[in-house]
Design a protein around this ligand. Structure first.
Ligand code: PAD
Ligand code: ZN
Length: 368
């Protein structure tokens, strides 16, 4: 009976409780979690920004060891170390065949359902279902996930770093490398320098951006952004972040602007900061009632501006996770620097509260 952090009601503290975990069905695997990062999307479930079926085992940024295989799983073995993908990717549907695995037909339906590919969870309590956030649920000692949501990594790869790849790194780095079309020498602005935005900054650097402008309201975050490759920083609390971006980009605006917070106002700012012919990429997850007002339609044509959503960094997890793991092993990708605190499952409420205060890049739960 694994111990899990469960959101039982919006606005209530997360409860640590024992839950029942059923055996893996065909095509599923049981995983002993090694580590799980705490992402803003977890906080968004607890405060209702991201509505999901409750009660739910939170967490979707995890890595662990396979302890049991369901029927028909022949590409993985007990003892394998894996990164968990919160969009399981089948590799065979309309989207996967077009290299848009983040939109996988069965995987994305599962991710939104609170269950696995058959839309039902493996957790329960007193005979009632306890749902799994994003086809995973990683704030728990043990979970069951679809085998197509597992990507094998080396056994000596540190679990905490592996966990971070599972959401923040795939999403942030992928936004810059997969979704945006950054060219060598480009100017880029990243609004929001948390666990995801810092990875967008290092992704933009990797893609060849020359000027990388980090925008946040917390000075400590802006200092961390410099470690990840920011060349300029703007503290948004000082006002007129848009004007400052124009000053830094020859009065034109940035080639690519990323919003990595999830607020209507900052999404609109990202669009304003984008130059004519440039791209605004929306990564932050806003609440469902946010609607955008961008510009008169005629200006959109004349200015040739693009705005694009970015889900899970446009990642094909089966190729991107090994690539990111290799970049870390080569010393190109920073992961250790993302870990502000190593905590136990019991400390998850503190980690969620600290996220709101803004000083933490990532808290990582480590399981014994
Ligand atoms: P985080 O809380 O670690 O970082 C958010 C950052 O934004 C913090 O550094 C804040 O200080 C900063 N911030 C807040 N308000 C403002 C403001 N008005 N102006 C400037 N800076 C501000 O979050 P995170 O990095 O874990 O996640 C960021 C978003 O990305 C969040 O909405 C999350 O749900 C989303 C996300 N999207 C995907 C996806 O697939 N698109 C995946 C994972 C996370
Ligand atoms: Zn996440």
């Amino acid at each position: 009976m694994p111990k899990a952090a469960v959101c039982t009601a919006v606005g209530a503290p997360v409860e640590i409780m024992d839950v029942d975990l059923a055996s893996p069905k065909a095509g599923e695997i049981r995983v002993q979690l090694g580590a799980s990062g705490v992402c803003h999307s977890d906080l968004s479930v607890t405060n209702g920004t991201l509505p999901v079926a409750l009660p739910v085992v939170l967490g979707h940024e995890g890595a662990g060891t396979i302890t049991e295989l369901g029927e028909g799983v022949d590409n993985l073995a007990v003892g394998d170390h894996i990164v968990i993908s919160w969009v399981p990717q089948c590799g065979a549907c309309f989207f996967c065949e077009r290299d848009q695995g983040e939109l996988c037909e069965s995987g994305s339906a599962a991710a939104m359902s609170g269950g696995l590919l058959d839309m039902t969870p493996r957790f329960s309590r007193d005979g009632l279902p306890v749902f799994q956030m994003a086809a995973s649920g990683t704030f728990t000692e043990e979970t069951v996930i679809p085998a197509i949501g597992a990507v094998k990594i080396d056994k000596d790869f540190p679990m905490a770093d592996a966990a971070l790849i599972g959401c923040g790194v795939l999403t942030g780095f992928g936004a810059a490398v997969n979704t945006a079309s950054i060219r060598k020498g480009d100017s880029v602005v990243v609004i929001g320098c948390g666990g995801v935005g810092l990875n967008t900054i290092q992704g933009a650097k990797y893609a060849g951006a020359e000027r990388i402008i980090a925008v946040d309201m917390v000075e400590g975050k802006l200092n961390t952004a410099k470690i990840f490759g920011a060349t300029d920083t703007i503290n948004a609390s000082d006002g007129d972040a848009v004007g400052k971006v124009f000053e830094l980009t020859g009065g034109r605006g940035a080639d690519v602007a990323f919003e990595v917070i999830g607020l209507g106002a900052t999404i609109e700012q990202a669009f304003q900061m984008t130059r004519r012919g440039g791209q605004a990429i929306i990564v932050g997850v806003p609440s469902f009632d946010v609607t955008l007002t961008l510009m008169p339609a005629m200006d959109l044509l004349v200015q040739e501006k693009q705005i694009r959503g970015c889900w899970y960094g446009g990642s094909n997890v089966h190729t991107d996770v090994p690539k990111l793991a290799r970049l870390y092993q080569e010393g190109t990708l920073l992961l250790d620097e993302l870990i502000s605190a190593r905590i136990t499952l019991d400390q998850v409420n503190d980690a969620l509260a600290n996220m709101s205060s803004g000083e933490i890049a990532r808290s990582v739960i480590e399981y014994k």
